[in-house]
Design a binder for this molecule. Structure first.
Ligand code: GTP
Length: 382
């Protein structure tokens, strides 16, 4: 068995290596609790270094108290990091009190190892459970398995603390100081290692999954309305045109444009204009079926792709949407607005999505010319 001070030294170096890796990868753009995560690793590294120090030199009260306060602070920082990631709130007292209490308790019972160990293991078990809490309570997302890996590793850490606590309560004479090379200590440090590696691996994967989802969102979605952007719409439209042509199913497109939008911006301001666009996006999406695709097609235009929908169905939907929008009031200014809608349906032999969409745009121009607040079917386009 490797001796405990050596194991602790490796644990300390692992913390430093993980902190430096995080710093190298995220310097200047730490977010979602990464600053607390980095600080937790540094605190943990210094605390473990002090444990190594105590293995080779007679421990002074200052070193004993500092090591325990730093280790407890590192667990509080992990908990704060998990709360920031999960966008959850942890009571500040639950984060601040453990290191303060442990510091005071260790300063008071500096010569009583059993009293110190009893208190620190109980508090650490609570703190590690607290680290898992925000993740367990987080609403489910696509990458939930990484959350469970992190939660499980923190709970494993809490469990190892409870084991030591049990040992202290039922066989106190068998539990030596952490730096002594006894099997129980070595097992404890191995468990700490496992906990460190699994939790940090899981945290890194959680952050990576979130960064990927954000990048996907940026590439495919419009920031204002959160609808798909024009590029995603055209990709999907090209796919649907081919599918409709092969399966001989109808396919329609609507292009919706708010009327006199320039005037809305000029009268109420561009923030109110933005609210109108968001409102239009939400109301449109609410009327659609799951298979329909809604996108911000132009500056103020919204396009809808309607698979398996013939011209008649598209027109009915467009009329329903137009009537619904005309009855709405938006925002604190109670802005009322109307929309003009162009429609087009796939013709036999038509294989180009751009032509289909262009016909819907031409139909929209007809609706605008005819006085706005109306739906023009494709047949009316020039
Ligand atoms: N608030 C806001 N305004 C936008 C946005 N994108 C484009 N616009 C504005 O939308 C207005 C579009 O004006 P026009 O294309 O002339 O159309 P309109 O005033 O709606 O007139 P018709 O379409 O003919 O009824 C312009 O003033 C743009 O500056 C946006 O994201 N937010």
């Amino acid at each position: 068995m490797i001796d405990v001070p050596t194991l602790l030294t490796v644990l300390c170096l692992d913390c430093v290596a993980l902190a430096l890796t995080l710093l190298a990868m995220q310097i200047g753009r730490m977010k979602d609790g990464q600053t607390q995560w980095f600080s937790a690793l540094i605190c943990q590294a210094i605390a473990v270094a002090l444990f190594v120090w105590m293995a080779y030199t007679p421990p002074t009260p200052t070193v004993i108290v500092s090591s325990i306060v730093l280790l407890s602070a590192s667990f509080s920082l992990y908990a704060a990091s998990m709360a920031a990631f999960a966008n959850a709130r942890l009571p500040r007292l639950a984060l601040v009190l453990p290191p303060v209490l442990l510091g005071l308790q260790h300063a008071h019972w500096v010569d009583d190892f059993a009293a110190r160990a009893l208190c620190s293991n109980a508090v650490f078990a609570f703190q590690l459970g607290l680290c898992a809490w925000p993740l367990v309570r987080m609403p489910a997302d696509g990458k939930a398995h990484y959350r469970w890996l992190v939660s499980a590793s923190f709970l494993l850490g809490a469990f190892s603390m409870l084991l030591r606590l049990g040992e202290l309560v039922f066989a106190p004479e068998r539990l030596p100081d952490l730096s002594v090379s006894e099997p129980i200590n070595a097992t404890g440090v191995w468990l700490n290692h496992l906990n460190l590696i699994l939790s940090n691996l899981g945290i890194a994967l959680m952050h990576q999954a979130r960064a990927r989802a954000a990048a996907d969102q940026l590439a495919t979605r419009d920031a204002l309305t959160e609808l798909f952007n024009r590029r995603s719409f055209m990709l999907q439209a090209a796919r649907e045109v081919l599918r409709a042509e092969r399966s001989e199913q109808p396919l329609s497109v609507l292009i919706i444009d708010p009327d006199h939008f320039r005037q809305i911006n000029a009268t109420y301001g561009s923030l109110a204009g933005d609210r109108v666009l968001r409102h239009l996006a939400q109301q449109t999406e609410a009327l659609l079926r799951g298979q329909d695709l809604c996108a911000r097609y132009g500056d103020e235009e919204i396009a809808i792709l309607l698979p398996d929908t013939p011209q008649g169905g598209a027109h009915t939907l467009a009329e329903r949407l137009r009537e619904h929008i005309a009855k709405q009031y938006v925002g604190p200014d109670m802005v009322r607005y109307t929309v003009s809608i162009g429609t087009a349906s796939l013709k036999q032999g038509e294989r180009d999505a751009a032509t289909l969409v262009a016909r819907a745009e031409a139909s929209l121009a007809v609706a605008k010319q005819a006085g706005r607040n109306r739906v023009a079917p494709a047949g009316e386009a020039a």
